[in-house]
Design a protein around this ligand. Structure first.
Ligand SMILES: Cc1cc2nc3c(=O)[nH]c(=O)nc-3n(C[C@H](O)[C@H](O)[C@H](O)COP(=O)(O)OP(=O)(O)OC[C@H]3O[C@@H](n4cnc5c(N)ncnc54)[C@H](O)[C@@H]3O)c2cc1C
Length: 381
């Protein structure tokens, strides 16, 4: 498995997946055949998370080749991402509470044997230890494996989901505040209250082609209780006024300016904002930071070839800029936290059209959201 940090690689990967593997996606997607055999899934998440390719671009390509019915499962997965994002945007306190819980919990687990064994891949649960090494080596895990991993972490090793979400964020190339936090909450059974995801030995064996033995798990766990309820905030996600010749900020979630809704506007300068570990609440592995930096540099290179004025700046530099700035909306997560914590009121946001249109349907569960997928597709494709 190879994640080259460039838009060119990402678009080739998309083409290849759609042309060769999409037809079998629905039948094979749940199998984890190991890091050397990933053709049954797209492996696009590191690029989608960084906005190197957009969800709309994927949907467009997909629907040009296949009917909605033939590609429905894959399309739904793309919409899971949009849904999780919107769900968190409507309830940003879930993110705030996750970071607060993490800060409170972490010190008491520093010498916890189960925690240390888990993060070092020494639990003696063969599959789990294997996945820890795979995550650290490849900075990616298959979706089904993420579910098993999180379930074993929470229910067999008895560790808080928040520490697991932090561990994933540290190592995943696709680490995403919404998909990751809500994915862990979902497995724990606090997202859809009372419905936890329990990893079962037979299921792991079947969907890993019997690659692992010694899978002794707690298959009848007690519930994780979290009584907090989150009400929906009132935010209409309206764009700030665009005037020509302003500066534009791009954060790590929207790197491909040319794919954005604002690619026809003229901006004086485009600043790509890099956020290092000095300003992060969750520290990232050096490989992940370097992946992000390389993606940014690749975008700058591409834009410079087209005569755009653009450069990379450190997020700390935003504190020294006093004039008003426009920014492609960074979404609930560490970059938005930085803007809010530092009270950078001179930054105003531009939202993606697909988010503005879709997020209003994220007020309930995914099964409700799913009903709007054809409507969203009709609006944009
Ligand atoms: C505990 C847990 C943590 C996760 N953390 C992240 C994360 O930090 N970042 C992240 O992008 N995804 C996360 N996911 C979702 C999912 O596992 C990955 O998006 C998927 O494995 C990426 O591989 P792929 O690109 O080959 O996916 P494919 O199966 O090829 O799907 C295509 C695209 O659809 C989207 N997608 C697919 N499944 C999901 C899903 N369940 N939720 C949201 N979007 C989805 C992704 O953008 C993906 O690239 C998490 C899931 C779980 C259970």
């Amino acid at each position: 498995m190879n994640f080259e940090p460039s838009r060119e690689f990402a678009t080739q990967q998309l083409e290849k997946f759609i042309n060769k593997n999409l037809v079998e996606y629905s039948r094979l997607r749940n199998f984890d055949f190991g890091p050397n055999n990933r053709s049954n899934i797209s492996c696009l998440s590191p690029y989608v998370t960084h906005g190197i390719i957009s969800e709309l671009e994927i949907l467009n390509k997909c629907l040009k080749k296949f009917s909605f019915l033939k590609s429905e499962k894959f399309i739904q997965e793309i919409f899971w991402r949009i849904y999780w994002k919107g769900w968190l945007e409507l309830r940003p306190k879930v993110w705030v509470d996750f970071l607060k819980d993490l800060k409170e919990i972490k010190p008491s687990f520093q010498n916890n044997q189960n925690y240390l064994s888990a993060i070092n891949g020494k639990t003696k649960i063969e599959c789990f230890d294997n996945w820890v090494n795979e995550l650290k080596n490849y900075n990616y895990l298959h979706n089904h494996t993420r579910m098993w991993f999180a379930s074993i972490w929470i229910f067999t090793l008895g560790l808080p989901w928040q520490l697991g979400a932090e561990f994933f964020t540290k190592y995943l190339y696709d680490g995403d505040s919404a998909s990751n936090t809500l994915g862990w909450r979902w497995v724990a059974g606090v997202q859809t209250k009372g419905k936890n995801y329990v990893a079962l030995e037979w299921n792991i064996k079947k969907f890993t082609n019997n690659r692992f033995s010694n899978i002794k798990l707690n298959e009848n766990p007690t519930q994780v209780i979290d009584d907090r309820n989150y009400s929906i905030i009132n935010n209409s996600f309206i764009n700030s006024n665009l005037s020509s010749n302003q500066d534009l900020l791009i954060f790590e979630n929207n790197l491909s300016f040319e794919q954005s809704d604002f690619n026809n506007q003229s901006f004086k300068n485009i600043y790509f904002v890099f956020k290092g570990n000095d300003t992060r609440q969750i520290q990232l592995d050096e490989k992940v930071l370097s992946f992000k930096k390389s993606l940014i540099n690749n975008q700058i290179e591409n834009l410079k070839n087209k005569s755009f004025n653009c450069k990379i700046i450190n997020i700390q530099d935003l504190k020294n800029i006093k004039e008003s700035l426009l920014a492609l909306y960074p979404s609930v997560g560490e970059n938005l936290d930085f803007i809010n914590l530092n009270n950078l009121k001179n930054i105003s946001f531009l939202y993606r059209k697909i988010d503005q249109f879709s997020w209003k349907y994220c007020n309930k569960g995914f099964f409700n959201f799913k009903n709007y997928i054809p409507k969203i597709i009709q609006e944009f494709i």
